[in-house]
Design a protein around this ligand. Structure first.
Ligand code: ADP
Ligand code: ZN
Ligand code: ZN
Length: 811
């Protein structure tokens, strides 16, 4: 070894601090430490954290004595220098501590801390002694002590770098973390059957079938096998496992299946239901693009000669997905990685299945709700740029944090969706905007796709920052649906409403039932009624901890707070005047479902919202039942507007457009236009032109008019003018500061003081303080200060100045 250097590392800790911290490297780790590796370090009073090394250097920190690293967890870096740059950007742009960014970026399994408890794996056979001496030491101690933490293990083994050993032992299923053992997610498995490899040859299989046919006693086995074969798809090299349940539902007897397994014809295996999904579809070739689609694809390709970001503005049903498939294919052939960002994973199983048909196992799905081990598995494959697996990652916003090493293309589907924005806790990033930065870092191309682009993206396209490609025809020459208005004011006056459904919509529903089409009804509010109100004094029951009224849920017969989850029994009398004349005001999806069921008792009416999709597979089940025609009417919240593709939906009803339009938010009109156009887009996608009925009290509202005319362009030019006139994005950047405190007086004083300080520098750009839309949530009062900054001004300087003032304010 060369002379002993004194090395230091800078470490990012996953806590809300803006600095990185310098630690000393013990000499024995000098040759091993590299940036991107995890270390366990002491911080604060006796606390240990897992952090990431951002830099290895020899600069002795001045002013304090640096502490030593406790453990080095990795043999190889698990994050890349590009990720570090990316985190730094997010931290600066969103004014978030780098620790918060790290926290959002790493799967929690990686944050293996010295407090992590290790136990013996339940499958591990203690009788089998291990030949590895170190393993044996750990096993022996665990046998006695049952639980050990990393620090204890390090002491037992007398070494500092214990992660490789822990990892090997975990991989060998000797130990696991206690957290993992307790993890609520227990994978659901089911029995599946495969055909034994011997019988996969056509002639041998035929012979067997012949022999069964000739023997009366083998009749049941023959039926079982034939049913299996009809369900499986024995194409060369690719066979579908068939679920036991499926076979039983087709009348196959369990005993016949058992016999087939015993005789070595079929093989049974328990498989995880989630994992099998890719296999449920046989691989399919890409669809041949239509001429119009081909032109769009060529335009995208040539746009990429000059620009890195392209906006694909394609109306609903124009076949954007088919274009994505071609672009992805191209990247895969060049050995590149592709990131496909989706607004919400749970809501887009249909799309995942469509892409799985083309790309099979090359697709990995990454989502923060996924089992931690699966996330780590995908992380590692992406880091190693595995040529066989997960070249394509489909994921919700957190997948921008994966350690890509050879990224060629990022697709942001439904780029206008608000769920790309992460709200609480910090760093509060927008994954669409981050994706563009990520693209630049990797020199990868970015494709934003939408039928209703966000004002910001369209503005960027119009001003030549992005390329713009239009696809304004539905595939197969189908016309976009015809959109009508039901004038609620008029119908109320004439008393022709059927509760919340206008006669106009009612007629259309009946007509649809007669012709056998399916119907989607959109109401962006869940629950039964948003509030009860006293007819005498207007009192409404409210949440104790938040300033909102409680929503009545009939199914559970409770009043619930949608902000903090508080639930109480419904009240019978007014809490203010004691009268018992309480009436229901407004309506949610649950109430519509109830009312329709009464009106159409012989129809199957179902609901898709947060309440009906809480259990793991509920969403898929409802979508499946609707797609296969088992449901006649599907009522849903905005969940129903996203990217769904059903063949037989001809009528869409938007029950309360006014509720969308009247939200107090500068993006309310944009959101209304997008939601209404998107949900309309579910109608008439395959066979005939669809029909949409919008119920509104303001049929002349310009947004409703633009929706009816499918006129995105003039919607855009109106809206962009408003934005310019009223100093909103994309012309101005909005920075919102939120203050929370449990005392109203405290928050008032603090907010005023901070705002005044800010005004001395930023003048009239500072707005507020004002109470938030919901002034109190979970017993904390919330006040906001908004700062509007011209686009041309250096954002970096402004943010630094604001940060200084906030820091000063806290001292
Ligand atoms: P979008 O994502 O733009 O809303 P989709 O990609 O879902 O549109 O396409 C709408 C429907 O048209 C889908 O059912 C799709 O399978 C079908 N489709 C689109 N392009 C083609 C094509 N080139 N050949 C056959 N079917 C197509
Ligand atoms: Zn509440
Ligand atoms: Zn009252």
């Amino acid at each position: 070894m060369s002379e002993r250097k004194t090395l230091f590392v800078d470490v990012i800790l996953p806590i809300a601090v803006r600095n990185e911290f310098t630690y000393r490297v013990p000499y024995e780790l000098n040759d091993e430490v590299r940036s991107g590796m995890r270390v366990i370090v002491p911080f604060g009073k006796g606390k240990l954290y897992t952090g990431i090394i951002s830099r290895v250097h020899e600069e002795i920190p001045s002013g304090y004595q640096s502490k030593y690293i406790e453990h080095l967890l990795d043999e190889r870096p698990i994050t890349t220098p590009k990720q570090y740059q990316f985190w730094k950007w997010i931290s600066e742009y969103y004014m978030a501590p780098i620790g918060d960014v790290l926290n959002a970026a790493l799967p929690s399994n990686f944050k293996l801390a010295s407090e992590t408890k290790i136990v013996l794996h339940p499958d591990f056979d203690i009788q089998k002694s291990s030949s590895n001496e170190r393993f044996a030491q750990v096993i022996d101690t665990l046998e006695v002590q049952e639980i050990l933490d990393l620090k204890q293990i390090s002491e037992i083994l007398g070494i500092k770098t214990i992660q490789p050993i822990i990892k090997q032992m975990m991989d060998a299923r000797i130990i696991m973390s206690l957290e993992e053992l307790n993890e609520k997610f227990t994978p659901k498995t089911a029995t599946y059957y495969f055909i034994a490899s011997h019988y996969q040859q056509e002639d041998i299989l035929q012979e067997l079938l012949q022999s069964f046919e000739n023997q009366k006693s083998k009749e049941k086995q023959l039926t079982a096998l034939m049913t299996f074969l009809s369900k499986s798809d024995l194409r060369t090299g690719y066979q579908l496992p068939v679920a036991k349940k499926t076979l039983e539902e087709s009348g196959v007897s369990t005993s016949a299946l058992d016999t087939l397994v015993k005789n070595g014809v079929l093989v049974s295996e328990k498989l995880q239901i989630d994992r099998i999904q890719n296999k449920d579809n046989a691989l399919e070739d890409a669809k041949k693009l239509s001429d119009i689609q081909q032109v769009a694809l060529d335009q995208i390709r040539s746009a990429y000669q000059e620009k890195d970001v392209c906006l694909l503005h394609g109306v609903t049903g124009s076949g954007k997905t088919e274009i994505y498939v071609d672009l992805i294919q191209e990247q895969i052939e060049q050995g590149k990685q592709v990131l496909f960002l989706l607004p919400e994973i749970a809501l887009t199983t249909q799309l995942i299945q469509r892409l799985s048909k083309h790309f099979g196992d090359a697709i990995g799905v990454y989502h923060s709700k996924f089992n931690q081990n699966e996330r780590v598995e995908i992380w590692n494959h992406v880091l190693n740029n595995d040529p066989n697996k997960y070249k394509i990652v489909m994921g919700a916003r957190s997948s921008i944090f994966l350690p890509f090493t050879n990224l060629g293309l990022i697709i942001v589907d439904e780029e206008h969706e608000s769920s790309f924005k992460q709200y609480d806790p910090s760093p509060r990033y927008n994954a669409r905007d981050c994706a563009i930065v990520l693209g630049i870092l990797h020199k990868a191309k970015v494709l934003l796709g939408s039928a209703t682009p966000s004002i910001e993206s369209y503005y960027n396209a119009k001003t030549d920052k992005y390329a713009l490609v239009d696809l304004h025809q539905r595939h197969g020459g189908l016309q976009l649906p015809e959109i009508f208005c039901a004038d609620l004011k008029e119908e109320r006056r004439q008393k022709t409403m059927h509760s919340h459904i206008s006669s106009f919509l009612m007629l259309a529903i009946e007509e649809e039932f007669n012709t056998g089409g399916q119907i989607i009804l959109f109401q962006n509010r869940r629950g039964y009624t948003p509030s009860w109100s006293c007819e005498v004094c207007n009192w409404t029951p409210r949440c104790n901890s938040c300033d909102v009224s409680l929503t009545y849920h009939k199914h559970s017969n409770t009043l619930k707070c949608h902000y903090c989850g508080y639930a109480s029994a419904p009240v019978g009398t007014c809490g203010s005047c004691g009268s018992n004349r309480l009436k229901m005001v407004g309506f949610g999806t649950e109430k519509i479902e109830d009312e329709l069921a009464l009106m159409f008792p012989d129809k199957v009416i179902s609901r898709l919202d947060l309440d009906t999709t809480r259990s793991k597979n509920a969403y898929q089940q409802i979508i499946h039942d609707f797609a296969t025609g088992k449901i006649d009417v599907l009522i849903g919240t905005q969940m129903i507007t996203k990217g769904l593709d059903f063949d037989n939906v001809n009528l869409v009803g938007i029950l309360d457009a006014d509720m969308l339009l009247n939200r107090p938010d500068f993006r309310a009109f944009e959101r209304s236009y997008q939601l209404m156009s998107q949900v309309s887009g579910r109608a008439g996608r395959k066979h005939k032109r669809g029909k949409v009925i919008v119920q509104t009290g303001q049929p002349d509202h310009w947004i409703i008019q633009k929706v009816m005319q499918h006129d995105y362009h003039s919607f855009y030019s109106n809206e962009i003018t408003e934005r310019r006139n009223f100093f909103y994005p994309p012309f101005y950047k909005l920075i919102q500061l939120t203050l929370r405190h449990k005392e109203a007086i405290q928050i008032d004083r603090a907010a005023v003081e901070l705002a005044q300080n800010l005004k001395t520098v930023f003048k009239e750009r500072v707005l507020g303080p004002e109470y938030a839309l919901i002034p109190r949530i979970n017993n904390l009062y919330i006040k906001q200060i908004t700062i509007k900054i011209e686009r041309e001004v250096s954002q970096k300087q402004v943010k630094e100045r604001i940060q200084e003032m906030i820091d000063f304010f806290y001292t």
